[in-house]
Design a protein around this ligand. Structure first.
Ligand SMILES: Cc1cc2nc3c(=O)[nH]c(=O)nc-3n(C[C@H](O)[C@H](O)[C@H](O)COP(=O)(O)OP(=O)(O)OC[C@H]3O[C@@H](n4cnc5c(N)ncnc54)[C@H](O)[C@@H]3O)c2cc1C
Length: 385
């Protein structure tokens, strides 16, 4: 378990950066749906996005526990780490399954901030959560793969240099198990756009820089394949526990931000001659949300400790993500209700964070799929899909 004092120092360092990016910064970008370029640069320069990259490749060699604290703090300060969090877990695919040559080529440059690996291309419009059915294909021609297909909701593709892409290299009809025949490719977006890759932004209810991708005979060098051909699904699954723990931490940061804002407002706002927070009808939803955020936090640290110790943690990572996403959503509702009409006014930032935290019920994995994981793999009930 990481030392508490050290985690507190880490929090203070992140907070110092976040203090230069106040609510108004996020609010203005949200209105224009613009990417938080200056924030991502500041975070990269300070080395926080290289937290999980081992020291031998120029990173800080920290664990998921520390990485989760970094992301939590960004959300707790009112910001949003979605613009850059993917780098923390996508690089894990290269770290765990890439060749030594690939690690030396990419990781030090990512750690220095010279290249960004922020895009992760899995979801497709026709197959959604049913990942193994994905339709994007990569057919080998000599020393290249030729990629055709479509992806949807691929975030940050316009602000990333590289993308980790999951494709089918062996048709479904020719594999023994549906999880086989998928491969992971590193796509250099700087070269690909206009030469077989078209990126189209999707405007969503939040400022998330998400996009649709269209592949038409995009050529990717075979040397950009990570690991063995056909084993890509396993490599992607491998990174998902870290992703879930990190997203849980972002939810906890959101949850704490909502509870703090709601508490402050409940103490200040006077109606009927007394602070609204003097009424138990106002107090209790905030107190309940706080209890749930703190409980989710315990599961986050438990999952992170198991992960960092190299022990199995899929159940804990999934449970942490579910508990934290539910707690942040509950806190968001309590904060909105506490603020009355002002909760809907953009200048209070509640409505922005409310929209933002709602995402975690759906992405990167929807609540139902976590519940079915727990039902099947933890409780041993029959497989439902
Ligand atoms: C803002 C945003 C950013 C994203 N960024 C990325 C990204 O960078 N990279 C990427 O690859 N993807 C990304 N995604 C995609 C995200 O991971 C998917 O939206 C999510 O996994 C759900 O897939 P879907 O949208 O196709 O929903 P579907 O799979 O169509 O599911 C729709 C609903 O049905 C439910 N459902 C489906 N099957 C079952 C079942 N068997 N039992 C019970 N319920 C079921 C789901 O829980 C869900 O509520 C992003 C999405 C959003 C909205």
């Amino acid at each position: 378990m990481a030392d508490q004092m050290w985690l507190e120092e880490l929090r203070s360092g992140v907070r110092r950066i976040c203090n230069s990016f106040p609510d108004s910064y996020w609010r203005e970008l949200d209105a224009k749906r613009e990417y938080p370029q200056a924030f991502v640069e500041a975070l990269t320069k300070a080395g926080y996005l290289a937290a999980l990259i081992p020291e031998e490749y120029g990173g800080s060699g920290l664990g998921v526990t520390e990485a989760s604290v970094i992301l939590e703090e960004i959300h707790r300060c009112g910001g949003n780490a979605a613009a850059c969090h993917a780098q923390m877990y996508t690089m894990g695919v290269i770290l765990r399954h890439g060749s030594e040559e690939q690690k030396r080529r990419y990781l030090p440059e990512i750690a220095k901030g010279n290249i960004r690996l922020q895009a992760f291309g899995v979801t497709e419009p026709t197959t959604g959560s049913d990942t193994t059915q994905l339709k994007t294909t990569a057919v080998r021609r000599g020393d290249r793969y030729v990629v055709n297909g479509q992806k949807v909701f691929i975030s940050r593709a316009q602000y990333s240099d590289l993308m980790v892409l999951l494709v089918r290299t062996t048709p479904l009809a020719e594999v023994r198990k549906r999880t086989e025949g998928l491969s992971v490719l590193i796509v250099d977006l700087r070269e690909a756009v206009g030469k077989g890759l078209t990126i189209r932004p999707i405007r969503t209810m939040i400022n998330h820089a998400t996009t649709e991708l269209f592949f038409e005979n995009l050529e990717v060098p075979v040397e950009n394949r990570i690991g063995e051909e056909g084993q890509g699904f396993r490599y992607i699954l491998d990174g998902m526990n870290a992703e879930r723990i990190l997203i849980a931490a972002e939810c906890i940061g959101d949850g704490r931000w909502f509870v703090e804002r709601a508490t402050r407002y409940a103490k200040e706002r006077v109606v009927f001659g007394r602070p609204i927070g003097q009424n138990q009808g106002v107090q209790f939803p905030i107190a309940r949300a706080h209890v749930h955020v703190e409980a989710a936090d315990l599961m986050r640290f438990r999952a992170a400790a198991l992960y960092d110790a190299g022990k199995p943690c899929a159940a804990e990572a999934n449970m942490a993500k579910l508990l934290a996403a539910d707690a942040s959503w509950e806190a968001a509702n309590a904060a909105l209700q506490t603020h009355g009409g002002f909760g809907f006014a953009e200048e209070f930032d509640i409505e922005r964070k409310f929209r933002e935290t709602r995402l975690y019920q759906v992405a990167p994995i929807s609540t139902n799929l976590i519940l079915s994981y727990v039902a099947e793999h933890v409780l041993g009930m029959p497989r439902s899909y």
